[in-house]
Design a protein around this ligand. Sequence first.
Ligand SMILES: Cc1cc2nc3c(=O)[nH]c(=O)nc-3n(C[C@H](O)[C@H](O)[C@H](O)COP(=O)(O)OP(=O)(O)OC[C@H]3O[C@@H](n4cnc5c(N)ncnc54)[C@H](O)[C@@H]3O)c2cc1C
Length: 383
Amino acid sequence: MGAASSAPYEDRKVIVVGAGYAGTAVAKELDKLFDVTLIDRRDHMQHAIGQLRAAVVGGEFASSTLIPTDRVLKRGKVLKAAVTSISPETVKLEGGSEIHIRPGRDFLVIATGSTVAAPAQFDGLTREAVAAQHADIKAKIDSARHVLIVGGGPVGVELAGEIRDAHPDKRVTIVHRGRHLCSSKDGGNGDVRLPDSFGASLKDLCEERSIEVRLGVSVPASTSTHEAGADLALSDGTSVAGVDLILWASGAKPNNATFRTTMAASLDEAGRLVTEPSLLVRGSEHVFALGDCAETGASKTAYMVGAQAPVVAGNVKALADGKPATGLKAFTCGTPAMVVPVGAAYGRGVLPFCGGIQIGNSMVSSAKGKTLFLDKTRADLGY
Ligand SMILES: Cc1cc2nc3c(=O)[nH]c(=O)nc-3n(C[C@H](O)[C@H](O)[C@H](O)COP(=O)(O)OP(=O)(O)OC[C@H]3O[C@@H](n4cnc5c(N)ncnc54)[C@H](O)[C@@H]3O)c2cc1C
């Protein structure tokens, strides 16, 4: 936060809930125009794309993926607070304080993201707490001789690749209920349909890297505890021998506890806020939603957030300028794309050009595998 010259709409509030990829991008864009408040329960932005490597390698890399949010805004405020309830008129904070929103003057942007189990995401609220969680999971991975990953979506496959890079001799198995890695609806990606040939190519690569892949079979959801070294029973009556550690890489859920009841009429079956093409929440003229907590028709990825944030920021400004809600810019999600490293130097990808062109190790490594967009994300947040 810092003093600066007056902004054109400084008497109009924009309240942004959630300082992930979506919330930080919108708040930053509107900071020069409005009285912006960005709220998150964490004291940092957890760079999701780096968490799997952070869990496996720990140390300085892990710490650099937890990016403080204190430099995102030049004029506005960043509040570290858990939001307990969101309605179109009021945002309630832990401790009882409330922020009132004046429809017709102020704007609310909901970007609360989603929750997924560690090691894809860590629920610590401070950098210190997450550092302890990183160290804990790293120790478990280090001491396991055989790690079994449940879910062969992009998170499961990337995790297997990170473990293989750091531990060439460990046994790593992926169990995936879909017929192809990364290409089924329940494969961890949730909503993108990619060609079966992509999944087949990823499986070949995993096997080249000595990662075992079991398809079309699942680990019973009741498997909550597992004794190190015991065999693990699968849904088809077979088993995987000698599993020391099970890591779950499936089942992302939208963070909707704060608006599930207050905005129930705007939710879809999965509990996400359904938006108009303008990214206004259905039925509202001042509440926007984007990212993983919103159903926009797009995949739930940071890549799509990158296309949504400018639409939200532009439409907030257009409404403030007096444009009608019917005349706003529309978000379009385009062709699905996905880049899946299997370790820093390997991977497969589908790009959103020429009907989904597929790419291999060197392009995946230079586009994502080596850096995991860490420097870019840190720079976006002023670090
Ligand atoms: C391991 C992993 C790897 C990924 N890799 C890629 C990739 O390579 N490319 C890609 O495009 N996408 C990737 N994704 C998906 C991408 O990370 C998500 O789509 C993205 O994080 C969504 O951004 P968001 O801002 O909507 O939500 P989030 O990043 O989840 O941020 C939401 C924020 O809201 C805050 N919040 C929630 N509830 C409250 C509350 N009640 N009070 C206060 N604050 C609250 C949270 O603390 C959080 O900071 C990956 C995801 C994972 C888990």
